[in-house]
Design a protein around this ligand. Sequence first.
Ligand SMILES: O=C(O)C1=C[C@@H](OP(=O)(O)O)[C@@H](O)[C@H](O)C1
Ligand SMILES: C=C(OP(=O)(O)O)C(=O)O
Length: 401
Amino acid sequence: MKSIVLNQIASFSSVKIPLPSSKSESNRALVIDALTKGENQLQNLAEARDTQTMIRLLKENPPIFDVLDAGTTMRFLTAYAAVTGQHKVMTGTARMCERPIGILVDALREIGAEIHYMNVEGYPPLAVHGLKEQLTHRVKIRGDVSSQYISALLMIAPILPEGLELELEGKVGSRTYIEMTIQLMKSFGVDCIWEGNIIRVAHQDYRPTVFSVESDWSGASYWFSLVACAEKGELFLEGLKEESLQGDSKIVEIMDRLGVKTEFKAGGVHLSKQQVKGLTSWDFSDCPDLAQTVAVCCAIIGQKSVFTGLESLRIKETDRIYALQQELAKFNAILEETAPEEFTVIPSVEMPHEVKIHTYDDHRMAMAFMPLMTKTRVVIEEPDVVNKSYPSFWKHVDLIR
Ligand SMILES: O=C(O)C1=C[C@@H](OP(=O)(O)O)[C@@H](O)[C@H](O)C1
Ligand SMILES: C=C(OP(=O)(O)O)C(=O)O
């Protein structure tokens, strides 16, 4: 599909949204399942392309692991191939081959894996020749580029004959995703000890487990934003629970400030409108995937706000800072770098009659701009990008229209 047209709709009545499952939880459960040779029962796995790609590669076990544009699949399967002693080529889309992986490769090489860059040093494609012998159980690793390298190493750590001790250096971004990995490993019977900047994992066995994946809080964020932007409207988001492994559940707190009341009920959450309390600033270090949702929401509802912790956005599916700046400008809003690594959202003062949003091969660009339909007619280009994490997204948008 070339584009999708969202006609203006300022209000809607009560609608139920059957949220998809989390791709982050699914991809961790799948790697752990593969490491335990599939003795688990995994329920509610995500429909996300990133998860379906993981399932297919693990099942078919081709010599080339083409992960497409899935960051977790690339990072987790590189570590998986290394620890299981396999010869694999790891590759993906052109953009995936621009997303750094050197920090993970260095750590795996120190542990004893043989890995070669096939094109550019520090980036996929890679030729992985698995580990023959563990050379060390102590590795230092930078925490400020991607937490996925740390999660990848943690999940293979109990399989290593000597276990693993990771020393995290510098600022640790996306910390909640590391916590998610540790919690998930615990569900499968493995203990990690995290003290200060050291995480220790002894050699131990994963225990066969029945594991059910939760609904996706990152996907839920677009619906929170829709309620914040609408004149009137209520939503019921199915499957979300108050206690979650996902750091993106922070959206409840953020949206409480932007005019959304959240009530946890049996079977999900009920969202309704409340008075805007104001959001003067927010640090997105622990929830980078929420930044686009919240930036667009602030720009629409007239909330000037200062955002920090956006460093990792430049190396995701696209340069998300650049993409946001370009697309917000189309309805006269600004994302301005007001200090090093500090960005201010300056809301729209005048809304055009139609806005055409370019999506930059980034699912979150398409979904974050959907709530703009409460103010004007929106055309979203290449809407199928949502398949990466939320293939049923536009079907769910149709429930509102
Ligand atoms: O571990 C995960 O499941 C993820 C970690 C985050 O990436 P970084 O650690 O690279 O910030 C996040 O942006 C991504 O969508 C999913
Ligand atoms: C950054 C994302 O995913 P990944 O890094 O796994 O490609 C995302 O889903 O927003």
